[in-house]
Design a protein around this ligand. Sequence first.
Ligand code: ADP
Ligand code: MG
Length: 555
Amino acid sequence: AAGKEVYNFQAEITRLLHLLAHSLYESKEVALRELVSNASDALDKMRFVALTDASQRDGATLEIEIRRNEEGGELIIADNGVGMTHDEMIANLGTIAKSGSLEFLKGLTGDEKKDVSLIGQFGVGFYASFMIADKVRVRSRSYREKAGHEWVSDGSGSFSIEPVEAMERGTQVILHLKESAKELLDEHRLKRILKDYSGFVSHPIKMADAQINDVKPIWVEPRSQLTAEQYTGFYQHLTHRTNEEPMWHLHVSADTPIQFHALLYCPPSSIERMGLGRSEHGLQLCTKRVLVQRECRQLLPDYLRFLHGIVDSEDLPLNISRESLQDNTVFRKIGQVLLRKIFDKLETIAEEQPEEFLKFWQQFGPLMKEGIASDFEHRDRIIKLMRFASSRNDDPRQPTTLADYVERMPEDQKQIYYASGFTLDVVRNNPNLEVFKQRGLEVLYLLDPIDEFLVATMMNYNDKPFVSIDAANVELPGDEPKPADEPKADGEEPSKPAKPEGNFGKVLTLFEEILGERVKEVRESKRLTDSPCCLVNPEGGVSSHLEKLMKMANQ
Ligand code: ADP
Ligand code: MG
């Protein structure tokens, strides 16, 4: 395309840019990080292209250069990475399709204060440059093309693109700094900001020809050499969540049978729980430090999609498609080892830091539980991690495991009792609970809507069936087991037990007549102590809570 073209930003971006340009929140660090990280991504991609296509090797070092133009009030971030074509510029710098910014947009509430705090939490990618610049020019030439283009915008709704003559491969982002960001032109200030962060960038960053970072990536370093700050810093680098500390990390280096390094992180909270959509697999796959795949989905099961990190192995081929990965033995083995290590780690936290574990389980338990139905191999390890509030102490902050529950069961208790409901209060006030409390029998409280479906799929634990305290077939230790229904001829109604003699029997019959179709039967209860009556579910029927859930789901 010749000449200058003008395009409008996607509506969401205009909103985002307005927020960035007009809010008081302004982080020079965040903006620089995003731009350096984009340059580094472009270099990763170029390194990959050169390794797989000999015609693209030119021997030049892949690097990032930071230049200051004091007279013009400009700061320039340049890289000799893959660059962008005309169409890529329109798509990448005019619409939102990408990680950080997308999460950010989903979270927008319209309340400026809240929205601004999200910027720090999620990072907004390239658009963060408008926090520090009133005009941004991006000059870029793709490795696939001979000519380059210049993209220009002042962040107010539209941008223009026009061809530029002679240009090296790669991208230059030229920021015309706002008055409040002019301090970035100060060499020392700029160097300090870059240094804090650039330790995680695996390409040289140069200023006035001097390299300011050390490019050895932290995942290949021995654990003993790394500080907590380095681990946190790398998490922030990976996730662009500049204010967050990870909940825990797992650093694995293995030599046999397969050589690999892995550094995994668990975020402090689940974006799915906050209603910000589904988490995307945050794993990056590298071979000999070369990034071969972002958002690698096949290495770990879906229920671990909340983890972030890097997995690097010399034994992986560079040229591997997403489809053929799963057939690769090395890849599969790495996945297996890693999964085992993740469960080891979770079990250790559960044992040694129960409070920390509970925080984890509150955030990510709902996701992990998906694995009970989908990952048969690790089902038992997930079940071992499950935590339930129970009638033992009525305290969800001190929940129990199934193993401990069974351990406390009296010898003649044959079933695992549970009560389900949306809140602790609902469950606690269930009249069916009385007799269990009175007899000192512990009842699990199922408060997560998915739990009742889960116990239904698990059916039993340690050969003990799960039974709702609302169910007709619940058996209390010491009680006579209920006689099995008499085999009955076709069409014949199952016989109801005879009503007790005297006035009480008459009352029951009266109830039955009045309630009619709405109940199957009204009978005397041995379970109640304080409440006059309760509802129970007929055998084979779903529990009342599950019925409510299903009704809600159908609405
Ligand atoms: P993200 O990095 O999460 O994809 P950004 O908003 O930071 O989102 O960048 C959007 C896209 O613009 C990138 O995915 C990339 O394709 C392109 N891009 C940005 N900076 C560069 C660069 N320096 N070189 C090549 N492409 C770039
Ligand atoms: Mg980016």
